[in-house]
Design a binder for this molecule. Structure first.
Ligand code: SF4
Ligand code: URA
Length: 254
């Protein structure tokens, strides 16, 4: 059995309105850094629409019939053979959630479960990501959009190679432009490297970056958090900084 973690505690606390024993406290200096987040004026956008919870005729979530350019990009990606990963994939993994969302998460690439289902972050790391999102008071399906640096599974779950990321990223960049999120969360070292050409997630996590005018917050990848549970505290601090941009507050501690 998995031990309850900081995210479970936050979720429980949100549900019951009770105090959490989890240590969510931060120094004054950290709070100052977090809450001086760059706040971009949100462009007017259509009301976020609920993506179907279930696949429709085999079409994964983040299906957007009201966004034809999104659906034609999906079709283009499904037939893509621009890099060697195309030859070994079971399913191309386009996105999950809602392309009208204001909060976007970017991971590395599909693992075995994602390759099998065509939906990002559905394995163990995905379960943790879902709990992180819930602790942020967001609804994963309707209020977030989740995508990866590469859309086809690197064999053996290795990191994507430079040429694979270079081949695939134009699709992701088009997705980011279409979603036009208010904030991007970078999950781990791979999106930090390929979207910003930066190395050093341990040092750079928690510090705002700017992606074409969109504030981007690097934090730890949930797979790393599963191997290093004490780091969940830092990830939660990073996510609270993101929440502050949306005016959402974590459950009070005391
Ligand atoms: Fe095409 Fe991206 Fe898949 Fe490579 S990983 S085949 S570039 S969709
Ligand atoms: N890890 C990722 O980075 N992306 C996924 O979709 C699943 C696991």
């Amino acid at each position: 059995m998995r031990k309850p973690d900081i995210f479970d505690e936050i979720i429980q606390c949100l549900k019951t309105g009770e105090k959490t024993g989890a240590d969510t406290s931060m120094s004054e200096a950290t709070l100052h850094d977090l809450y001086s987040a760059p706040v971009r004026k949100a462009a007017p956008r259509p009301q976020a629409q609920a993506a179907p919870a279930q696949n429709i005729q085999g079409i994964p979530a983040a299906y957007a019939p009201d966004m034809p350019e999104w659906e034609s990009l999906r079709t283009e990606c499904a037939a893509c053979m621009k890099c060697r990963l195309g030859a070994t994939r079971t399913n191309m993994v386009f996105a999950d959630g809602n392309p009208h969302a204001e909060l976007m998460f970017i991971g590395e690439g599909p693992g075995a479960d994602e390759d099998a289902t065509g939906v990002p972050f559905v394995g163990r790391a995905g379960e943790l990501l879902s709990r992180m999102i819930a602790a942020m008071t967001f609804d994963r399906k309707t209020e977030t959009c989740i995508a990866n640096i590469v859309k086809c599974r690197p064999p053996g779950n290795r990191n994507p190679a430079d040429d694979e990321a270079a081949a695939c990223m134009p699709y992701l960049k088009r997705q980011i432009a279409m979603v036009n999120p208010k904030v991007i969360v970078l999950l781990g070292a791979v999106p930090l490297l390929y979207l910003f050409n930066l190395k050093g997630i341990m040092k750079l996590r928690g510090r705002w970056l700017d992606y074409n005018g969109i504030p981007a917050m690097p934090t730890y990848h949930p797979a790393f958090l599963l191997r290093n549970p004490p780091a969940k505290k830092d990830a939660w601090a990073d996510l609270q900084a993101v929440m502050a941009v949306f005016g959402r507050k974590p459950a009070p501690r005391h």
